[in-house]
Design a protein around this ligand. Structure first.
Ligand code: KIV
Length: 269
């Protein structure tokens, strides 16, 4: 079983690969491809649950999807995202929500959209044995305050991010996601920290990269400018569904090959 130490050990040595997944079959494909870390992101809100942001995603939804992903994976480290308001105001419930992901669903770690308010929580979770992946830059749970704009673009905001990155490392975070930040800022934070940074829209100089699986496969209607589509799963699904419809309508499916006639019932039915 992989541990967060294996991921930490890759920092500066070889690129860390991370993708999201939200169900067992997809997680199994991602795992078999040799991806190091699978994130059960709250991006499931937009990607697969039909919401227009991550805010409505519940602890139950992340827990159920985390269990499914864990069941589909043999090698990759599975990280469960803590959704909006499941942490950040009451440490006891945050520890319980994070603990549930490991204890009941089998995740290896949790990710927390971070800020000054999560330094103490990161320390508590790390001390009790719940590895924390911190997350700075664009944090979509703050969409009502920040929108989806690039973060850390002013000197002051960049300094604050460097400081928060250091504080989360000191608090025990085993890695740090940097989302939609200038590449030169991400490079500096990567140099400053000993834990690995994993970038999304943060340029090429982080220790690893993460993208949302539906963007990578080409299954969504929209994807951010910093993402890249590597496949056409939507096109393939459309072809398969249309072919099924055509064959049912024409009577071609089901054929003899897909049917069974019971001889004993011949002449009776
Ligand atoms: O929820 C998510 O998928 C994320 C990644 C984009 C880092 O937070």
């Amino acid at each position: 079983m992989p541990t967060v130490r294996d991921i930490r050990a890759k920092a500066g040595e070889e690129p860390i690969t991370m993708l999201t997944a939200y169900d067992a079959p997809t997680a199994s494909v991602v795992d078999e491809a040799g991806i190091d870390v699978i994130l059960v992101g709250d991006s499931m809100g937009n990607a697969v649950l039909g919401y227009d942001s991550t805010l409505p995603v519940t602890v139950d939804e992340v827990a159920s999807r985390t269990g499914a992903v864990v069941r589909g994976v043999e090698e990759a480290l599975v990280v469960a995202d803590l959704p909006f308001l499941s942490f950040g105001y009451d440490e006891k419930s945050a520890v319980e929500n994070a603990g549930r992901m490991l204890k009941e669903e089998g995740a290896n770690a949790v990710k927390i959209e971070s800020g000054r308010h999560t330094v103490g929580l990161t320390e508590t979770l790390s001390q009790v044995g719940i590895p924390v992946m911190a997350h700075l830059g664009l944090t979509p749970q703050r969409v009502n305050q920040l929108g989806y704009a690039r973060q850390g673009t002013s000197r002051e905001a960049a300094d604050e991010m460097v400081e928060l990155a250091r504080e989360h490392e000191e608090a025990g975070a085993f890695s740090l996601v940097l989302e939609h930040v200038p590449a030169n800022l991400a490079a500096t934070i990567t140099e400053e920290l000993t834990i690995p940074t994993i970038g999304i829209g943060a340029g090429p100089h982080t220790d690893g990269q993460v993208l949302v699986i539906t963007d990578v496969m080409g299954l969504g209607d929209w994807s951010p400018s910093f993402s890249k589509q590597f496949g056409d799963v939507k096109g393939e699904m459309q072809r398969a569904v249309s072919a099924y419809r055509d064959e049912v309508e024409s009577g071609e499916f089901p054929s003899d090959e897909h049917s069974h006639v019971e001889e004993e019932l011949d002449g009776v039915y």
